[in-house]
Design a protein around this ligand. Structure first.
Ligand code: C2E
Ligand code: MG
Ligand code: MG
Ligand code: MG
Length: 285
């Protein structure tokens, strides 16, 4: 009897595994098609100067409205792209779109996320160079964001990849800092141009005294190493103010703007430029 029950459980478990595998395969198939058909969309989230709150850059974030399922998070499909060999095509698509879009915004920096699967490829820098050349964007306006996790596993390869990228003139930022266990002191040797503090740290800055002290110390250390710091995930004004006081020069979060279509960024930029022009006129008069 017990044996029977065991067998039943086993079967049930295997069925669940099969269902999971099938769903994953279907997801992969749909994603492959979405990349080929260019169904993915890139949205842009403002990066603002901490003291003026002016938009000085944008971060490109990929979106996918999966047919028959609705929008799914990049946190779900990026890992699938990683393990199915699709990440290179996906990443290249986002980079090209972002660089093309940035041509309309000559005063903005554009940040693009890079997956370990792209970064690991020795030819990645060549892809980046091709995109820079074909879109004719100034390399210095482009920041590639790399997450902390990969670096710790592969310090030597990371160093080489960063060197190749920086030789092209692009900037390299450390993304999601504070979500893992690394220290800025250790990461300094990689030559990051910027550090982005993960939302998991910034979200508690107002309520949690320990989180606040950790943040303060982290930003101070980065600044003592001359590395500028962006705080991400700012949802209310007081959080932004606190992080600015700690020394962050750049802020990002829903309070300053959600990820939005290209046209919305252009509109916002037009409003911002008009306001700046008014101010200049006012000063001149
Ligand atoms: P990330 O690079 O750390 O991007 C920031 C994420 O935080 C974005 O989520 C953004 O929408 C979200 N966010 C920004 N401000 C706030 C806020 O105030 N509150 C909250 N709750 N969330 C905020 P998203 O777009 O879902 O992307 C999640 C992650 O997926 C990204 O984290 C990045 O690691 C990855 N990702 C997104 N697009 C790409 C891409 O094109 N390529 C690669 N390789 N990864 C990507
Ligand atoms: Mg990022
Ligand atoms: Mg981030
Ligand atoms: Mg993050």
């Amino acid at each position: 009897k017990a044996k029977e029950a065991g067998r039943a459980r086993m079967t049930c478990y295997e069925t669940a595994m099969d269902a999971h595998r099938e769903e994953r395969n279907a997801l992969e198939l749909d994603l492959r098609r979405a990349i080929e058909m260019e169904e993915l969309v890139v949205v842009y989230q403002p990066l603002v100067d901490a003291s003026s709150c002016e938009m000085t850059g944008v971060e490109a974030l990929v979106r996918w409205n999966r047919p028959g399922h609705g929008p799914i998070s990049p946190e779900t499909f990026i890992p699938v792209a990683e393990t199915s060999g699709l990440i290179e095509a996906l990443g290249l698509f986002v980079l090209r779109k972002a660089c093309e879009a940035a041509r309309q915004w000559p005063d903005l920096r554009v940040a693009v996320n890079v997956s370990p699967g792209q970064f690991r490829n020795p030819a990645f820098a060549d892809y980046v160079r091709n995109v820079l050349n074909s879109t004719e964007i100034e390399a210095g306006r482009v920041t590639l964001e790399i997450t902390e996790g990969y670096i710790i596993q592969n310090p030597e390869r990371t160093r080489q990849s960063i060197e190749r990228l920086k030789a092209l003139g692009v900037k390299v930022a450390l993304d999601d800092f504070g979500s893992g266990f690394s220290s800025i002191g250790y990461l300094r040797q990689f030559g990051f141009d910027r550090i982005k503090i993960d939302r998991s740290l910034t979200m508690n800055v107002l309520e949690d005294g320990r989180a606040r002290e950790m943040l303060r110390a982290t930003v101070a250390l980065a600044r003592s190493l001359d590395i500028p710091v962006t705080a991400e995930g700012i949802e209310i004004e007081e959080q932004g103010r606190a992080l600015q006081n700690f020394g962050c020069d750049e802020l990002q979060g829903y309070f300053y703007g959600k990820p939005m279509p290209e046209a919305e960024i252009s509109k916002r930029l037009a409003v911002q430029n008009a306001a700046a022009l008014d101010e200049e006129r006012g000063a001149a008069a």
